[in-house]
Write a protein that binds this ligand. Structure first.
Ligand code: HEM
Length: 352
């Protein structure tokens, strides 16, 4: 809470820049990165057989997704109204949402909640624990802190609406029947918010992603170990082994990396690991979920080593080329990988 207030206060002092180039907003003290670099997941994963694991993961089906009841569908409709329309007004304090929306940070938030999964310890996953990990350096940048605050706020708003609807349907005032006590988890809201953000940024349509995300994830209520989240300086082998170890395929890795087609990064983040709070766009169109990221990577001009390194492997390089040319192929692969990310290793408590 204190960290959140600190961010809000610092950012309120910034003047709202109208132009994209001015979106970098100074305010927070830069942190000493060297120590923090390791906390970002700097330790390399155990070496792996990339081709074998890729094949294994291609053949692995997602474990049981719970049946989606009428209640689950009704909850999702409420969630769309709250989140999607809420995203239109998302901005940094003191900065107009038009000049500098932080919608993209929600896509990253969805990955940072789900991407804590550790195949060895069998811990982590999409469990709504991001709010407890927001003080960790990998999550403590201003945009992520605010995204996590919006997720909390939306969960509260959805639950208030569900309570009102439950009271109403019990007194036979119409509307879908919502059982008393129905709530949505933070884990569900986090994955839905990332999907709605992709729609808001002109990517997959509501029915191509948001509507396909099953609900019923259980919240964990405490922090996960975030050291498994990949750092931006990873070269191919480490990056691939990290993702393959989590259950993704090389295609998932390339498609999910395509999320770097939206949003901003802080100057110096790869070199120091600390927060400069000076932001640069990820690609030439940071508000559009398009294929510009792949065009840049093809020219080795992606934001991070972890982006450009996708050109160093035959299979991933071919996928970069394909997605740069074919938007539909990228969107389909992204939807597939996002749905996997949102549900893989979730603990379920399905709606009745
Ligand atoms: C492949 C390994 C990945 C690495 C090494 C990586 C690293 C990073 C880093 C260092 C930043 C900038 C943070 C800052 O400057 O404070 C960033 C931003 C971002 N990442 Fe990733 N990321 C990876 C994968 C992903 C995935 C899988 C997603 C989502 C599916 C994602 C979505 C984003 C988005 C949307 C932003 C911009 C956030 C904003 O505008 O606030 N990243 N990433």
């Amino acid at each position: 809470m204190a960290a959140l207030l600190r961010v809000a206060l610092a950012l309120t002092l910034c003047l709202a820049p109208a132009a994209l180039a001015a979106c970098p907003f100074a305010g927070l003290a830069a942190s000493d990165g060297r120590r923090e670099l390791m906390a970002m997941g700097g330790s390399a994963p155990a070496p792996c057989d990339v081709e074998r694991l890729d094949l294994r993961n291609e053949r692995t089906m997602l474990r049981s997704i719970p049946f989606q009841s009428q209640t689950a569908h009704a909850v999702k409709r409420v969630a769309w109204d709250v989140i999607y329309y809420g995203e239109r007004s998302m901005s940094l304090p003191g900065v107009s949402s038009k000049a500098c929306p932080i919608t993209a940070a929600l896509v990253r938030a969805a990955f940072h909640d789900a991407g804590t999964w550790n195949g060895t310890t069998k811990k982590g996953g999409p469990n709504g624990s991001l709010r407890f990990e927001i003080t960790q350096v990998v999550n403590s940048d201003a945009r992520m802190v605010l995204a996590a605050a919006y997720i909390d706020k939306w969960a509260e708003a959805i639950n208030a609406r569900l309570a009102a609807m439950a009271a109403q349907s019990n007194s036979k005032h119409g509307g879908p029947r919502i059982p008393v006590g129905t709530t949505i988890s933070l884990a569900d809201v986090t994955q839905l918010a990332g999907a709605a953000a992709i729609t808001a940024l002109g990517g997959l349509k509501r029915w191509e992603l948001f509507d396909l995300i099953p609900l019923g994830r259980k919240d964990q209520g405490k922090a996960d170990d975030v050291s498994g989240l990949p750092p931006p300086f990873f070269a191919f082998k480490d990056l691939a082994c990290r993702f393959l170890g989590m259950g993704y395929t090389l295609q998932d890795l390339v498609a999910l990396s395509g999320a770097h087609t939206v949003g901003f990064f802080e100057t110096g983040i790869e070199q120091t690991g600390g927060h400069s709070n000076f932001w640069r766009p990820m690609d030439r169109t940071p508000y559009a979920f398009d294929t510009d990221y792949f065009q840049l990577v093809l020219n080795k001009r992606g934001a991070f080593t972890s982006d450009n390194t996708l050109l160093t492997n035959r299979k991933t390089a071919a996928l970069v080329t394909k997605y740069a040319r074919n938007r539909r192929a990228f969107l389909d692969a992204f939807a597939h990988a996002y749905l996997k990310m949102a549900s893989m290793n979730a603990v379920w408590q399905p709606y009745k």
